[in-house]
Design a protein around this ligand. Structure first.
Ligand code: SF4
Ligand code: SF4
Length: 585
């Protein structure tokens, strides 16, 4: 499937798309309108859909007084079950029991006392667990209810059963916020029927650095997800598409591009950005700045501030700002933006802010290493209006670089490479390499050639083809550009001979060159002459086993210098040298 080129927008359509009218007082403002109208920004390669079905069975978790009031308000149209939390007490006749006065099974509402032990799931598929005499059971089957599992949960417990930065669809935990409760009560009746949403991510396990050979390495997407939709599944990760709400910080955090944002694809978004920036300059605009904001509260912010913003600001609305990382920011600069500002709204989850800030520091270090302004990429709080406006005002005087002509790709590291190569060509103070903060996804490996035995344990776990062996020669090869600094090799090395070192190499030849990290002479079997190990491995074995009782006789030591076949033959020759050694002990 591929995106279809847009035909452009009318003035009214542009206004509808942005949610406001942008001023055109200056040449920049006029160029901006012309550029934004020339491209609809919605050329998106389709993605599959994730479907939810809800029959409207609501679990209300609340104390009896509050809960019964809510049941009265919602119970007319929905099947409500009031779950009144209580402490599990095995001495009570049943830790999950009908509350006196409940309307009982078969009615539209029911009140239950339960020692709650957690909620999991999403709209149409919630499981509520309860504890009975120390055992955790699923409450819905225990109730023998006809409507199970629960479709919706309204949780007024303190604390709520589910605590994550972004709650799953169908779960409401307004706490003590009265307005949030009223919003939930208004929304819940609407959540009956069939719903769908885009599947926001693509995942390629072949290049995932989560684990190998029983070693756990990268967990960046798991740590960055505000909905707890991602979990470890052996050597890969697993994303629950029903919990995923498209926050996108997993894709931003992923060092290898194994998980990527699917709606829009990076290539589609960048193609639009590239066209708009090119049209803006062709229409006479100067020093374009890109302002990235979310389509929810960010859109409202733009509506309120459109009149007072510098007119060289190109609005870029996305579903979630967390989905845009280093690749998009650097490409935007390469396509001619003087600055990219990510607008954080009060509701932006802390994990998304953390991830964006970390990525911003990596990008700033890469820009700095070329002599470009490291503040060309900024994260700004909408709540700090003075700082935001001052930053947007300062960038308005910047000088745009010659715009890059490369086609954007859907592969993150390729986009970063293409953008940096272009920015490097116009670098005011180009360095050969730049140091990057710890955790950055670029860098080299430092191998201690005194302790490395060239066992190739590191090669076998590397998910990025950064490490390779030398075929018939004992050699450890490395391509720096491929390395995502996941640390799998470091953990797999039995000799602790590997250390990671984050940096960015600008010279494409050096970055992509195959470097030999360690090599040795092959050791030939003293019996048949076949090369079977490295000289250093044999020397190390000799040294390590020199005090062992089995290797005190010269013929036993000689066997260390034999290939496996010759060693076995030698052991069973004339009664077996191994038995001789044992007899001596
Ligand atoms: S490589 Fe990417 S997808 Fe794999 S665990 Fe790390 S962040 Fe997640
Ligand atoms: S060389 Fe090591 S750190 Fe780099 S990608 Fe391969 S396993 Fe990960």
């Amino acid at each position: 499937m591929s995106a279809v080129k847009s035909a452009g927008l009318s003035v009214t359509e542009l206004e509808q798309r942005l949610g406001c009218r942008l001023p055109e007082r200056s040449a920049d403002g006029q160029a901006r309108s012309a550029a934004l109208m020339a491209d609809s920004w919605d050329d998106r390669t389709p993605t599959s859909l994730v479907a939810y079905t809800s029959a409207g069975s609501v679990a209300i978790i609340a104390n009896r007084e509050v809960g019964e009031d809510l049941v009265t308000r919602q119970g007319e149209t929905l099947k409500c079950t009031l779950l009144i939390p209580r402490v599990d007490d095995a001495s009570q006749p049943g830790a999950i029991a009908d509350a006196a006065g409940g309307s009982g099974e078969g009615g539209s509402t029911r009140s239950i006392y339960a020692a709650l032990a957690g909620v999991s799931g999403y709209l149409g598929q919630f499981t509520v667990k309860g504890r009975v005499g120390g055992e955790v059971v699923d409450i819905a089957p225990s109730l023998l209810t006809a409507h199970k599992p629960f479709d919706i949960v309204l949780d007024l417990g303190e604390p709520a059963q589910l605590e994550c930065e972004m709650l799953p669809p169908g779960y409401f935990a307004p706490g003590t916020d009265g307005e949030a409760l009223e919003r939930a009560l208004a929304e819940i009746p609407e959540l009956v029927g069939e719903f769908d949403k885009p599947r926001y991510f693509n995942y390629n396990p072949d290049i995932c650095a989560h684990g190998a050979s029983g070693i756990r390495a990268c967990t960046r997407c798991i740590d960055a997800c505000p909905t707890l939709a991602i979990s470890s599944a052996g050597e890969c990760i697993e994303v629950n598409p029903y919990l995923c709400q498209g926050g996108g910080s997993c894709a931003t955090a992923c060092p290898s591009g194994a998980i990527s944002y699917a709606f829009p694809l990076a290539g589609d978004l960048l193609a639009s950005l590239r066209r708009v920036l090119a049209d803006y300059y062709q229409s006479g605009g100067l020093a374009a700045q890109v302002l990235v904001y979310d389509g929810d509260s960010g859109r409202e912010w733009l509506r309120q501030h459109a009149e007072s913003l510098p007119e060289n600001i190109i609005p870029c609305e996305v579903e979630e700002i967390g989905a845009l990382g280093m690749d998009v920011w650097l490409c935007a600069l390469a396509y001619g933006a003087v600055a990219v500002t990510m607008l954080c709204m009060p509701g932006t989850p802390p994990s998304v802010r953390r991830e964006l800030e970390e990525q911003r520091l990596f990008a700033a270090a890469i820009l700095q290493g070329m002599g470009h302004d490291p503040d060309g990429i900024r994260l700004r709080e909408a709540s700090d209006e003075a700082a935001l406006m001052s930053a947007l005002g300062e960038a308005s005087t910047g000088q745009a670089l010659e715009a890059a002509t490369f086609q954007p790709q859907n592969e993150k590291r390729t986009n970063i490479r293409l953008a940096v190569e272009h920015l490097y060509e116009q670098a005011p103070a180009p360095a050969e390499t730049a140091p990057l903060p710890a955790g950055a996804p670029f860098g080299e490996l430092l191998v201690n050639d005194k302790t490395c035995t060239l066992c190739m344990a590191c090669v076998s776990v590397c998910p990025a083809s950064a490490l390779s062996d030398g075929g018939s020669e004992p050699k450890l090869n490395f391509i720096e550009w491929n390395c995502v600094q996941c640390g799998l090799c470091e953990s797999a090395c039995p000799e602790d001979a590997i250390q990671r070192h984050t940096r960015f190499v600008y010279d494409p030849r050096l970055r992509r060159a195959t470097r030999v990290l360690n090599e040795d002479k092959p050791f030939h079997c003293v019996s048949c002459g076949k090369p079977f190990a490295t000289t250093r491995v044999i020397e190390s074995m000799r040294e390590k086993l020199s005090g062992h009782w089995m290797f005190q006789k010269p013929e036993a030591v000689k066997r260390l210098e034999m290939c496996e076949d010759c060693r076995v033959k030698d052991m069973f020759k004339d009664g077996g040298g191994l038995l001789d050694a044992h007899d001596d002990a």
